[in-house]
Design a binder for this molecule. Structure first.
Ligand SMILES: [Ca+2]
Length: 335
């Protein structure tokens, strides 16, 4: 993001919403982060594993202080615990990153924090919504910003979503459809919101649909590029985690999976939490939104949010892939 271009947002406002201002070479104070995710093992969507690797990479690099991984959907966690993957990365890195389940795991991390925390959400908004309902004063005081990776930038997208069709005839984006009430509640809350819609105009039917988006984070990356700076231990973790989807068991061959492409939504964007002033293929603009009762959002009037916007549509996929590869490369093993 180019700070100078964001004339609509004051520098002071950006410093509060984001982590602070610092160049690439200057040491920065790690920004405390709670990462809320529908990470399961075996996974539903492997992008949650890559998001985890990205936030752990930021933690290892000292950009963020990853206070907790909050694991969405307790009933699924009981069967397919995402905590397994957090613990494996702890083993590799020597870190002791905590994981937890349910709204209390957010509230306890907020109570224990000595400064306001950034919350990132890449699954349903259930846990934060319930935490906010239980203790709105604590959330208002101790949450610096909520980075919401969910929804569609258009209230009535031209290409339908598959999910949540009982809420909205064209369907709701997947993370919204997991719990529309929670999405509505958080987006209407008094918490500062950084909104990163997953899509802009509906699902991707053709390659060009993904390229044309302005406010959607959707992008495609090839595994060999994402992992090109990964240590052998991290690549082994990646192959084991990805292979958990194989009904026949066993491990994928790297030579085969490295050619595969993956759709992603968060990953490299997390870098802007602590380093908002670097050169990214995106920026954040001030936008006013109205959150409708059917969990769609229209832009132009209503509450203020910081909205994700691509600034380099042609280069977006490649530059996002390079950003993410850098973060995965930072998940280096313990010495
Ligand atoms: Ca997810």
């Amino acid at each position: 993001m180019t700070m100078m271009r964001c004339t609509c947002i004051s520098m002071v406002g950006m410093m509060i919403i984001f982590g602070g201002l610092a160049g690439a070479v200057e040491p920065i104070r790690p920004v405390p982060v709670i990462h809320c995710t529908d990470l399961f093992h075996p996974h539903d969507d492997f992008d949650d594993v890559l998001d985890l690797m990205a936030v752990v990479g930021l933690h290892r690099r000292g950009d963020i202080d990853l206070r907790k991984i909050v694991l969405d959907q307790p009933e699924v966690q009981a069967e397919r615990p995402g905590s397994v993957l957090v613990e494996r990365l702890n083993d590799i890195t020597g870190e002791d990153i905590l994981s937890g389940i349910g709204p209390e795991s957010i509230l306890s991390a907020l109570r224990e924090s000595d400064e306001p925390v950034v919350i990132t959400i890449v699954g349903s908004l259930t846990d934060l919504f319930e935490a906010y309902q239980a203790d709105p004063a604590l959330c208002r005081e101790m949450i610096r910003a909520v980075w919401v990776f969910a929804g569609d930038a258009q209230a009535d997208p031209s290409r339908d979503h598959r999910d949540g069709t009982d809420w909205f005839e064209s369907g709701l984006e997947y993370n919204v459809a997991l719990n529309p009430e929670a999405f509505i509640g958080v987006m209407r809350s008094e918490l500062p919101i950084v909104w990163i819609p997953c899509y802009d105009g509906g699902l991707v039917h053709e390659h060009q649909d993904g390229i044309d988006m302005v406010h959607g984070s959707y992008h495609m990356a090839q595994y060999k590029q994402l992992l090109d700076q990964a240590s052998p231990a991290v690549r082994e973790f990646f192959i084991e985690a990805l292979s958990s989807e194989r009904p026949e068991g066993g491990l994928y061959e790297w030579e085969t999976v490295k050619e595969h492409w993956k759709s992603l939504f968060g990953v490299g964007i997390f870098q802007a939490i602590a380093r908002p002033d670097e050169d990214y293929p995106f920026e954040f603009i001030e936008e006013h939104i109205t959150v409708h009762d059917n969990a769609t959002i229209s832009r132009g009037e209503g509450r203020s949010v910081h909205l994700f916007k691509r600034t380099d549509q042609i280069g977006f996929y490649d530059r996002m892939t390079a950003l993410t590869a850098e973060l995965i490369g930072a998940v280096d093993p313990a010495d």
